[in-house]
Design a protein. Sequence first.
Lengths: 496, 760
Amino acid sequence: MIEFLIILPVIIPFFTGAILIATMKSREISRTISLASAFLLLVSSLVLFAVVWISGIKVLYVGSWKAPFGISFIADVFSVSMLIMTAVMLITVTIYSFSSIDSGREKYGFWVFLQFMIMGVCGSFLTGDIFNLFVWFEVMLMSSFVLIALGNEKFQLEGAIKYVTINVISSVLFLSAVGILYGMTGSLNMADLAGKIKLVGNNYLINIAALFFLTSFGIKAAIFPLFFWLPASYPTPPIPVTAIFSALLTKVGVFALIRVFTLVFTTDVSFTHGIILALAGLTMVTGVFGAAAQFEFRRILAFHIVSQIGYLLLGLGLFTLNGLSATVFFFFHIMLAKTNLFFISGIVNRIYGTYDLNKLGGIYKNHPFISIMFMISAGSLAGIPPLPGFWAKLFVIKAAFESHYYFLGAVAIIVSILTLYSMLKIWNEAFWKKNEYHFTKQEKLTHRFGWYAPVVVISVLMLLLSVFPEHIYLVAQKASEQIINSAEYIKIVIGK
Amino acid sequence: MTFIIILIFSGAFLAPLIYRYLNKISGWVLALFPLSAFVYLIYNIDITSNGGHFTEEFLWFESLNVNILFYVDGLSLLFGMIITLFGALIAIYSNAYMKKYEGVGKYYLWLLFFAGSMLGVVISGNLITLFVFWELTSFSSFFLIGFFNEKEKSRYAAMQALLVTCLGGLALFAGFIFIYIITGSFDLRYLILHSDVVKSSPLYTIALFLILLGAFTKSAQVPFHFWLPNAMEAPAPVSAYLHSATMVKAGVFLLMRLAPVLGDTDIWNITLISVGMTTMLLGAAMSVAQKDLKKILAYTTISALGTLVLLIGIGTPLAYSAAVLFVLSHALYKGSFFLIAGIVDKKTGSRDVESLSGLYHYMPAVAVFSILAALSFSGFPPFINFISKELSYKASLDTQFYFILIPIFLLASNILSMYSALLAGLKPYLGIKSEYKEKYKISFSFILAPALLSLGGIAAVFFTGILDANVISPAAKSIFLVNTAVEMKYWYGFNTAFILSLLTFAGGYFLYRYRDTFKFYNIVFVNRLAPSRIYDYLLSSIKLISFRQTRILQSGYLRYYIIIIISFLSVTVAAVIIQGNIINLTLDFRFEGIYEMVLFTGIMFSAILATISKSRLSAVVLLGVVGYGVAVIFVLHGAPDLAITQFTIETLTVIIFVLILYRLPKFSNISDRNSKIRDWIIASVFGIIMTIVTLAVVSTEMKPETANYYAEFSKLLANGKNVVNVILVDFRALDTLGEITVLAVAALGIYGLLKLTVKK
């Protein structure tokens, strides 16, 4: 019975989404249901976490069809931690949307699409079946596309077209990859694939399949040189959409990469993970350079997402216990910091009417509270100790050095300085500079709770993570152990 | 120890409130926080004065060996006393200095935040906690340097200081990680005991290099010194506190702290001596070319920091004692100098030593304290600085490195520094009266700190014994780990060091006396020497690279994005194909009957025609033909369900397409020849690769375990004869649920997209 918990994170948003279709026209009801469902998701994820933490990996055979014949849902520490983060992010975004999303979008299904997107995200985290993962990706893609496009604002459609085109290419490649894999092994269950792929015997062919997955998931994860859709589309929709995207979508891509490249494609690590390492370095560098060229709040942040993905990838590429636990820890840090920064940019935009650093100014003087919130998140992103970003970078760099990848460690460090530079640029221009544009509208913030509460909550979480990094580190360590010792995972899923 | 750290930090967070409610006396009130910390340290001086240390440890991050460990020995105590005492004095001084500015509450916050962080650095016994505090000093100094943040220059200086020190900080961080990799510990006590392990490791050199980089950037060693003069944009109390007494000495402190772990190897000694000597001389040389009071002080500070690094590099007990004493005496006179420069600037509105003169008549008290500081700076007896100069001469004469170059450099730089000292401390007050109004009123809180510091330099005379026994010797012992009895005396006999001292006085006075003949201001080359340009150059190249890279990669054109993505996959897969030689060309072209061959030809023909067709309508129809053809293949291979689905989809697609086509603008061909060729190549290559991969996959032997299971148990367990349907609704029902969701979302989405247009 306890296995039923595993499917809840998919069921909850599914039914919520379905109900919300009926209540679409009533804002109050939709909001209440959405928020309640987000909390429900959090609770169920927390309970599931407790179960997994105490008694190890849990598996649910959907329809009781045993692996590898049916679809299996698997809850391990990594996936459930991601579920918890998803729920936290959903709660904050929901509250933030109360203040910031317009009634038009609400009435035309904003809440519905949000829930279905979360369904796709949760499904992706939980599934143990590679084709089923494809389905969740589709759910995610369709909902996120509508979220990006909804509203038909001037720049939205352009971003949305790029978003959907490139992501459909990703889907096609994903499907081809599944086809190739199925053609070689006759299986779709990842735990089963792990064993069967070793029987294929042709390493080159496996590597080709690996490259297809790398490209497809790489597009989702926005790694170099596949990230274009992200900076093109993220700055276009309303902030809550950008915020939840930045928290979850690319992360699902990295998550999928981790699943596949620790479970299935481990036959020729020097090739596959060598490429991942090289891409990790390039992603960090190109992302941060991309940010340095921008002068718009959201665009800077969007490029930094790319750069940070490089750090996540680095731990995967190292393929060591410490490397992967660094990556898992980094997930926590980056989801919090990035979402919060987008939230803050939204508040700034609401008050000052622009995202343009040239036109902004004087926030430090006029709004010290926003400044402090920004400082925490930006500092964390730049790795100022003892903020979570510092710990995350400590683990990543340490893991790189331990595996003798000194150069990549150095790259991670230099990128960190450039990140600091970017954050200082925002700080100097938007917060410190004298505001020369008094004539632009300076609105008084209404519905302050909705604007500030999410930012405060995330900042508090970040501060907690700064002061008590060990607890999360232990979670990351445990998650990483389960990922590295894939034999355990396979045994539990296949039941042999 | 925890207590005083918490005390100072809570002071920091209370500062804005205290400022708001106790505006006029807030500086005095806030001074109580560091002052009580100072008293606490004095109170506990016994523990360290006999060379001992005490520790306090809190478990924090056990699995990584990172605990909050406070380790207080003679060295920490000396620095801790400077930090807390100066903190109090600076707060009092700020009470007067910051009176008329906005945002002073935040200023006090960062000031005390800095004081707490700095104190944290010197009492940390764990490398990571040390690093945390270290970065926090950089971080808080950013806000202090950028206090006048509406000024462009100020923002520039703050950012520069932070970037340079953080670059060093990250190097330091990497160095610490290497130490951890070598020893498995961040704990200073453990590291001191196992210094031989560190030094014999192959990673020692890189770790050392990185840590030195951190120390050198923080302590403004050449070529990283440039941020310090620029940081003079900060308010005077900040310069006095951070840029003379405390933060810039953090690097020096770190070297002293880690000398027992990393020191006493040739590479350590030679690097420190070389960098220290260079910085010492260049700093002094650059100081003489300055006109701005604060700039002079900044460059002489660089020189002093160089001297300290040099002394640590020499590495004898004598040198350590000299260094420790110099830390103290330098803080006293330089702090006073900076504060006085602040008063002069504030009152006269000028910091230009060339134009300032005769100030004695307007602010006699300030003049007295300034002259005292100048004399102390020059190293005249009986100022405490005299002893430290003597000791450093003695230390420089007694080393195996660089023959006699070190004393010569030291002499040269001392002469130049003395000139600067006289110029900055003496010249503005003497000479003809300038056209200032009447006497300046200088409030008590303004003059208190410089007065105490200037007098402290001379009052120390009476306490040399106590100072030596309780502070200086224990501090030196923390570095060398053995008791070193270097007595602080005013008369060590008529020896070489004394002669060098005399030479310094003569040289310094000579330069000062004939300054109009030398015209040092005109020596422009020293200003050209500024690596600040390298920094600017680096920064602008980063911007340039960013713009170029972004223009190429993030071009804004979807077609280029797709080209890059497809090319990435093609190139990597092609490489594997070639490497593995997996091209399987044994194509089996036997068709099962003539209809299969016709079908094949039809599909291929339509596909090719569709790509070259000039009309949209025919392209759509041709694609429909391809789809139908594939459906027929399904029929031939025993999958009628699949075929029916495919037929339906194809029919619908063609119908919908045809309906839409009428509403689209006319088809126009906007690609030029070159891009057409490019697209052809990319598409063909990718097509060929896909074909090769497919053929290769088909040739591997699949184990149809799952497929067999479905066929076998579809009827038996799932009660369905049609296997495909059972897969869809039972075996893999979740997939179907997901796809239904996709369709629902799509339908709703289309509705929303058509209906809703939000206008800004």
